[in-house]
Write a protein that binds this ligand. Structure first.
Ligand SMILES: Nc1ncnc2c1ncn2[C@@H]1O[C@H](COP(=O)(O)OP(=O)(O)OP(=O)(O)O)[C@@H](O)[C@H]1O
Length: 261
């Protein structure tokens, strides 16, 4: 589907002609245009170091593009004053929980910063910790959790503000494969239950195809968009199915030259 086709549907995130250059002159993202529909699960797929995180940070308003426009829900992210930034949940590759706060207190910090009335904190915290199946761990310190539990806490924290858009930067990259598989299925469950727009960055072709409605494939750095691929496989998907393996083979064949040295 072309960017023009998507923008005529209900576009939640709009990235227009975006270029991102770091202060040292390194160009990380070159002329990317991309739209994400409301409620869509979009995966951004590209090789290591190509510029995926850089673009995601710009979508979150953490970095300012050197050129182009990004908006969420029709509101510009670029140049927005903090008070006018659209609500975004962000999950980093590493959990980034504050070690001196319990799981519950980490979630509450975000609720406080987001202006949620204190009377609602307990209910919100319980709802999202339960959704990620760690309600029983709410009084634990981050150092008392496994890697998967920390990432569950980090996802709960991102969802607790009930953002319209959830941005995830390789959140399962540091987990063992068995835990990562369980987390992927649970993430899809959460996505379907919350009806939010998810953007998920990964360098794993199989992971992108398993999770997403659509996959945006980037070049080696500086990142450019090669194509977006609609994933028409029915849900729930089987990570080991022949259909997924066949699709993975096709995508590998398409990116082999572009991602290679
Ligand atoms: N703060 C920075 N200053 C200068 N260059 C940077 C900075 N952060 C990242 N880069 C460079 O920008 C390019 C893109 O990095 P980025 O982290 O966005 O890639 P990525 O695709 O997310 O990588 P990975 O999959 O390994 O996380 C890389 O060449 C990186 O070295």
């Amino acid at each position: 589907m072309s960017p023009e086709d998507v923008s005529t549907a209900v576009s939640q995130i709009s990235v227009r002609d975006v270029e991102i250059t770091y202060p040292n002159g390194a160009v990380a993202v070159e002329d990317i245009s991309l739209d994400v529909r409301h409620g869509e699960f979009l995966a951004i797929l590209g090789p290591s170091g190509c510029g995926k995180s850089t673009l995601l940070q710009a979508v979150a308003g953490l970095l300012t593009p050197s050129r182009g426009e990004i908006s969420i829900g029709g509101k510009p992210v670029t140049g927005a004053k903090n008070a006018h930034l659209p609500s975004i949940g962000y999950v980093f590759q590493e959990h980034r929980l504050l070690p001196w706060r319990t799981v519950e207190q980490n979630v509450e910090l975000v609720l406080s910063a987001g202006g949620v009335p204190k009377a609602e904190w307990a209910e919100r915290t319980t709802r999202y910790l339960s959704m990620l199946q760690i309600e029983h761990l709410r009084k634990r310190w981050p150092m008392q959790l496994s890697g998967g539990q920390r990432q569950r806490a980090s996802i709960s924290r991102a969802l607790a503000l009930e953002p319209s858009v959830v941005l995830m930067d390789e959140p399962f990259g540091t987990l063992d494969e068995v835990t990562a598989r369980a987390m992927r299925s649970e993430l899809l469950d959460v996505w379907q239950r919350t009806n939010r727009t998810f953007v998920f960055v990964t360098h794993s072709i199989r992971e992108a195809l398993f999770l997403a409605d659509r996959v945006a494939v980037f070049t080696r750095g500086p990142a450019r968009l090669i194509e977006t691929i609609d994933i028409d496989l029915p849900r729930p998907r089987d990570y080991d199915s022949r259909e997924l393996a066949a699709l993975e083979g096709q995508v590998v064949a398409r990116v082999l030259d572009v991602w290679g040295e």
